[in-house]
Design a protein around this ligand. Structure first.
Ligand SMILES: O=P(O)(O)O[C@H]1O[C@H](CO)[C@@H](O)[C@H]1O
Ligand SMILES: O=c1cc[nH]c(=O)[nH]1
Length: 289
């Protein structure tokens, strides 16, 4: 049975609805970033660029770096965008747009997020580079998919218990990144991390400007959580969704993070542009190895 026009949505030129991309324009290695402007910061390093597309927050370039074909795309902020980005990336790779059916041979993409984050551990300083080995999602996205088999329910249940997590918030879920990609992207220059993905930057990450939050101790509780050697290291807004959907769809994913802020010491990077550039050059070298 073919997918209905309301489910697999294609534009007039045959491209996928939000990403605006044709299947042949997608490389097997995909770098995702939150910020649209970070796409050209990355592809400025490329030897060739064959495709440049943009629709809403999705700016996409495909080209080559040291002969490796790579697609770089912005996702905007948050796991709601990740739901669209990952589902449409997978459709480009694994759905036959003519027959409107999943292909017989399912392809696995390598998905590398190059993002920014706030550390919640004093020992992971501003300007550090961090590789997320695991993520805990406070966003609830994976509960909308049949995902029970891929989630670490033990750590999530222990987190809820230790932090007395409010039932008014989505139930946290825990998910691993791809072990082999994590190994490939890690080095003595990176910190291993257990990343908490939040649905916002201010209240959901415990930032108070003018609005009070119901649990002023939330970040301390997240920081104090520990179970079988697992401690949460940093806060951002996409990794849990990328890890969850990648695992369900059969892709390999790793999330690389430039530590812009340290929430414990109250510091922010003095040169965020240079920090992000350091992470970009580090990642490109590792991807091309
Ligand atoms: O720098 P990016 O990749 O956008 O990542 C981080 O920065 C944004 C918040 O400022 C969120 O998207 C968060 O995950
Ligand atoms: O503190 C921070 C810094 C970057 N991105 C986040 O989501 N939080």
């Amino acid at each position: 049975m073919s997918l209905k026009a309301s489910e697999l949505i294609l534009n007039k030129d045959g491209s996928i609805y939000h990403l605006n991309l044709l299947p042949e324009e997608l490389a097997d290695t995909v770098i995702t970033v939150g910020d649209q402007d970070r796409v050209s910061l990355i592809t400025d390093h490329f030897d060739t660029i064959e495709v440049k597309k943009k629709k809403r927050e999705f700016c996409i370039h495909t080209g080559t770096y040291k002969s490796k074909r790579i697609t770089v795309m912005s996702t905007g902020m948050g796991t709601d965008n990740i739901d669209i980005a990952l589902t449409e990336l997978d459709a480009l790779a694994n759905i036959d747009f003519e027959k409107k059916q999943p292909k017989e041979h399912i392809k696995s993409l390598d998905i590398i997020r190059i993002g920014t984050t706030g550390s919640i551990r004093e020992e992971i300083p501003v300007d550090a580079l961090l590789v997320s080995e695991k993520a805990i999602g406070f966003d609830g996205l994976m509960h909308f998919y049949k995902s029970a088999d891929i989630l670490d329910k033990e750590i999530a249940a222990e987190f809820v218990k230790q932090t007395n997590w409010s039932a008014d918030k989505a139930t946290p879920y825990v998910i691993n990144g791809d072990e082999s990609l994590i190994k490939q992207m890690s080095s003595e220059s990176t910190y291993p991390g257990f990343t908490a993905t939040n649905i916002g930057f201010y209240g959901p990450q415990g930032r108070v400007l003018r609005l009070d939050i119901p649990d002023a101790e939330m970040n301390d509780k997240i920081n104090n959580f520990g179970y079988k050697g697992n401690h949460i290291t940093n806060l951002e807004m996409e990794t849990s969704g990328i890890y969850g959907l990648s695992r369900l769809l059969g892709h390999r994913a790793v999330s690389m993070n430039a530590v812009l802020a340290n929430r414990m010491t109250g510091e922010f990077s003095k040169d965020p542009v240079k920090l992000v550039e350091n992470l970009i050059t580090y990642c490109l070298e590792k991807i091309a190895e």
